[in-house]
Design a protein around this ligand. Structure first.
Ligand code: NAD
Length: 297
């Protein structure tokens, strides 16, 4: 069900944010713009990455001792588990709720829950969709699973970062399942659109014309409507989502499809394709898969 209302948290609540990268940096900036007090930490360089108005802390333990709620936006499940363990083991721990905006998969969310539940910390799973542009604009889709009361208490910060907020179930991991299937569809749209555009170009039709036709026809998708016109046609390849992370998400989707025992014919093909593209173009934006599929050496 969409979360459109909810008890507003008390203004005195203090927040922490760990992971100030492409997504975390602008999301944290939007929490501050909404009037929330936020202390931050990033393993790379907290002072350089801290959004204006936030307070930098020295390490995860210091943050866990200083705030009530910590948000995470970290690369993968392994790192989330390491950070959750640091939070759980923090001396003079104050934090009572951890909210994970990262994409980690259902199993990893279950493990994070176990690490935190052991010391009485509530865990809310809240992966996001909408890319860096959505993070900057505060219009992300926030897919949430966790206990009703905790999710209700997060209405203000969720509204600060998100345009559409969905509470999809009571158990951490359910939101990750929806996030992974979404990214699988996004990755498939990007790869399939690359092949389709190359086919049309081979027949002498230019890319913009192909996109104009498809975008008012039944083949339109997020790649034809957004990634191609905004990142591939201008050859900027700057969606702000690393090919490494998309490859991780598709592999995670396929792995979790294996656990669930649901069909994987398209998923296995996509995972092999994204792995191959990533091997060839490490460090690229994910929209560059078009160049890989086009046969760029
Ligand atoms: P990023 O690599 O830009 O940022 C991750 C940040 O985490 C970095 O600043 C890094 O220094 C920090 N970090 C790594 N290990 C740490 C640790 N142990 N302690 C503290 N900080 C640490 O990644 P991103 O693109 O911002 O993505 C973050 C998460 O959001 C990922 O799980 C990704 O799959 C997901 N996501 C990304 C997008 C996107 O378009 N970029 C969209 C939706 C979801």
């Amino acid at each position: 069900m969409p979360v459109t209302n909810g008890a507003d948290i008390m203004a005195a609540n203090t927040y922490g944010f760990i992971g100030l990268g492409n997504m975390g940096g602008p999301m944290c900036a939007n929490l501050i713009a909404a009037g929330l007090s936020v202390q931050v930490f990033d393993a790379a360089d907290t002072a350089a990455l801290a959004p204006k108005g936030s307070a930098a802390t020295d390490n995860v333990g210091a943050l866990a001792a200083a705030v009530d709620t910590i948000f995470l936006s970290l690369p993968d499940g392994k790192i989330v588990h390491a950070v959750c363990a640091e939070i759980a083991n923090a001396e003079l721990r104050r934090v009572t709720t951890v909210v994970d905006f990262s994409t980690t998969g259902p199993e990893a969310a279950g493990q994070a829950l176990a690490i935190l539940a052991d010391v009485g910390i509530t865990f809310v799973d809240a992966p996001v969709s909408g890319g860096k542009a959505g993070a900057v604009a505060g219009t992300l889709t926030v897919i949430v699973s966790g206990p009703d009361a905790a999710v209700g208490d997060l209405a203000v910060p969720f509204r600060a970062v998100g345009g559409n907020i969905f509470h999809v179930g009571p158990n951490p991991g359910q939101a990750q399942a929806v996030k992974l299937l979404n990214n699988f569809l996004s990755a498939t749209a990007m790869a399939a659109t690359s092949e389709a555009v190359l086919f049309g170009q081979k027949h002498g039709v230019d890319m913009s014309t192909i996109l104009d036709v498809v975008n008012v026809s039944t083949g339109r998708n997020t790649a034809t409507m957004d990634k191609f016109p905004n990142r591939v046609v201008p050859e900027t390849f700057d969606a702000g989502f690393a090919m490494e992370l998309m490859t991780k998400d598709v592999a995670l989707y396929l792995e979790q499809v294996g656990v669930a025992g649901t069909p994987d014919a398209v998923g296995s093909t996509m995972s092999a394709l994204w792995n191959a593209a990533h091997d060839k173009m490490p460090g690229s934006d994910f929209t560059k898969i078009y160049r890989y599929i086009a046969g760029e050496k």
